[in-house]
Ligand binder design. Structure first.
Ligand code: MG
Ligand code: MG
Length: 270
């Protein structure tokens, strides 16, 4: 059942989402060759707690850390470890925060130093697909409209769309109804309702859409060991339109990147 949120509840989700946004912004300049994902995880946990929140993933379904850290061929749910990052790798960081009873949950895939043109393009197209999907999150549309838009755009570039893992409703629980697949058919699935909040999160593979899981019971990686990218935003349906609750602007500020990509989703914001 979809649980629509009041404006007050949406502002609480926004507060948690913004803590995640700031955490990712803080991490942006720490990501470099030689740094371990475990070190980044510890930085994030301290940062989240210093902002009056609790790491959203720590202990959730018994996950052992604050961040999901998924390098290269890992799609999602990678566990931080003491292996240093290397030049030319990518690292997908998924972060959650819980404050005042509401979750924020979003993700960004960072290049470590300079990456190949092929991988750079995967990151660009995956992030663009997130915004293309978000545009379909509007009154009158259904879950399948978002999934279709993401699938069409990324498959047209020859990429594989992960089927087994999906976006989701967000609120007092990290994972609420509806499931938000990154594939689908136009006009199909649950209808969007005013006040609902979702996490939209394309997980896009350079090669095959097929995945496998490591014996740690968590880590999902591509079946062909080619790289995978993951970008995620938290979005509310307000006045029939998608309103962004999370932001990549702290990342861009830290890295000196100019971007207007979020402007159309931020009429009422901050
Ligand atoms: Mg996430
Ligand atoms: Mg999520």
């Amino acid at each position: 059942m979809i649980i629509p949120k009041t404006r007050e509840q949406i502002e609480l989700i926004r507060e948690s989402a913004q803590i995640v946004s700031k955490t990712l912004g803080m991490l942006a300049t720490e990501i470099k060759p030689g740094v371990t994902t475990l070190h980044l995880d510890q930085l994030a946990e301290t940062f989240i707690r210093d902002h009056g929140a609790v790491p959203g993933f720590l202990g959730l379904y018994d996950f052992p850390n604050s961040l999901c850290m998924s390098p290269n061929a890992q799609v999602v749910h990678g566990i931080p470890n003491d292996k240093p990052l290397e030049e030319g790798e990518i690292i997908s960081i998924d972060c959650g925060a819980l404050k005042n009873g509401y979750y924020g949950d979003h993700a960004y895939t960072f290049p470590v130093g300079k990456v190949s043109e092929e991988v750079e393009k995967l990151l660009t197209i995956t992030k663009e697909s997130l915004y293309i999907g978000m545009r379909e999150f509007k009154a009158g549309n259904r879950v399948g409209d978002v999934g279709y838009a993401i699938q069409k755009y990324t498959e047209d570039h020859g990429y594989g769309v992960v089927r087994e893992l999906v976006g989701h409703g967000l609120g007092a629980k990290m994972h609420e109804s509806p499931e938000m697949p990154n594939y689908g058919r136009r006009g199909r699935g649950k209808k969007f309702v005013e006040g609902m909040v979702v996490a939209i999160e394309p997980m896009i593979n350079l090669g095959t859409k097929r995945i496998k899981q490591l014996s740690d019971g968590w880590t999902i990686l591509t079946a062909d060991n080619k790289p995978s990218a993951h970008f995620e935003h938290d979005v509310a349906l307000i006045d029939g339109k998608p309103e962004l609750l999370s932001t990549f602007s702290y990342i861009y500020e830290a890295l000196g990147i100019e971007s207007k990509e979020e402007d159309e989703f931020r009429e009422k914001t901050l």
